[in-house]
Design a binder for this molecule. Structure first.
Ligand code: FA5
Length: 344
């Protein structure tokens, strides 16, 4: 029996030594020290020994069990330590490695132009107002002196949702909405940027969805000269000092008189080039003095109050400013186009 115990000890120590992980070690523990293991079996068979032998064999069996137990614990500690070291090695951070560059997003060129125009007017004391893109026929047309059936409605081909609701065709409904909020009392001084929709066929200069910025000033004694001074200031800040503007007679049902506004060509200084089609002038927006009917419908007394309004298309302005030849570039999200406007 002594030999059997000796053999068991050697065998167990070898298998402990060979165990590659905690699971294998556990298998060895169960195999040698478990209730059905060989050492327990040896102890059970002691009854067959002469009584003088029993204490010696019992002590030896306990000693073997103790040795195996200790070897198991030592190996377990070693395996755990190795595991920690493996993890540390795997998760080590090399602080000398150069960082991965973070690719920053950048404002869309159109957003930049809109923000630039907003800042410019905020600097002149305007506040920014925003209104709904899904608009009622009343605010989009009727409150702007365009009753149902008015032929000038054809100037803006519309996307109707119901007979009374449509996608706004311009930002001018914000004139009526803002004045109504002021309940007949000036001053009103706002700009309103936002998306607008028209059933226009897409081409290099037209889109069915585009943006506009509306401006509205209503107070006592507002004159056409105030409109001209404001727009001249705007043109100089946006296109450079030395720019001039000119008014050409036009027609909008909500302004009287109405004008188209041109800026002197910034490419050729007014001599004539391909940008200004040889005229020396570039059209940038529509404007005029708020029609008395519009003031009245929004609750303002046209005998006391006058006002001016203007509406521009930031896409067209951005195209001029940056020499972009096709409006569709703004909506196609081609990174080759957008990356040309990275802010540095
Ligand atoms: C208007 O929409 C008027 N509401 C502007 C206005 C406001 C006049 C206040 C008087 C007082 P118009 O239809 O011209 O006007 O459009 C204004 C600007 O929107 C144009 O100068 C142009 O820059 C831009 N625009 C018009 N249609 C399109 C289109 N399909 N695609 C891109 N830009 C367009």
């Amino acid at each position: 029996m002594k030999e059997r115990l000796y053999e068991l000890k050697q065998e167990a120590l070898r298998r402990i030594d060979e165990a590659k992980d905690v699971k294998a070690l556990n298998d060895v523990r169960v195999a040698y020290l478990g209730k059905k293991g060989p050492i327990t079996e040896v102890l059970r068979g002691m009854g067959a020994l002469p009584p003088g032998e029993r204490p010696k064999i019992g002590a030896l069996a306990n000693e073997v069990r103790e040795v195996i137990q200790q070897a198991l614990e030592a190996k377990q500690a070693k395996l755990e330590q190795e595991e920690v070291e493996r993890k540390l090695a795997a998760e080590a951070i090399d602080v000398t490695l150069p960082g991965r560059p973070v690719r920053l997003g950048n404002p869309h060129p159109l957003t930049r132009v809109i923000e630039e125009i907003e800042d410019l007017f905020i600097g002149m004391g305007y506040t920014v107002a925003e209104g709904p893109e899904v608009e009622t026929d009343y605010y989009n047309f009727e409150a702007l002196n365009l009753p149902k059936g008015h032929p000038a409605r054809d100037m803006q081909d519309s996307f109707y949702i119901t007979e009374e609701i449509l996608l706004r065709t311009h930002t001018s409904p914000m004139q009526a909405r803002t004045m109504e909020k002021h309940r007949g009392r000036g001053p009103v001084k706002i700009i309103c940027p936002g998306k607008v929709y028209r059933r226009d066929t897409d081409d290099a200069t037209h889109s069915h969805q585009f943006t506009q910025i509306e401006g509205l000033v209503v107070d006592r004694n507002i004159r056409m000269s105030d409109l001209k001074g404001t727009l001249r200031e705007f043109a100089r800040k946006l296109f450079g000092e030395g720019r001039d503007i000119r008014f050409r007679p036009s027609f909008f049902p909500f302004t009287e008189p109405s004008v188209e506004v041109d800026v002197s060509c910034f490419r050729c200084e007014g001599h004539g080039c391909s940008v200004c089609k040889g005229t020396g002038w570039i059209e940038i927006l529509g404007a005029g003095m708020v029609h008395p009917n519009v003031l009245e419908m929004a609750g303002f007394d046209p005998k006391t109050y006058t006002g001016f309004a203007f509406g521009m298309g930031p896409e067209r302005i951005a195209m001029l400013k940056y020499g972009i030849d096709d409006i569709r570039h703004f909506y196609q999200n081609d990174l080759r186009f957008l990356r040309q406007f990275l802010r540095v």
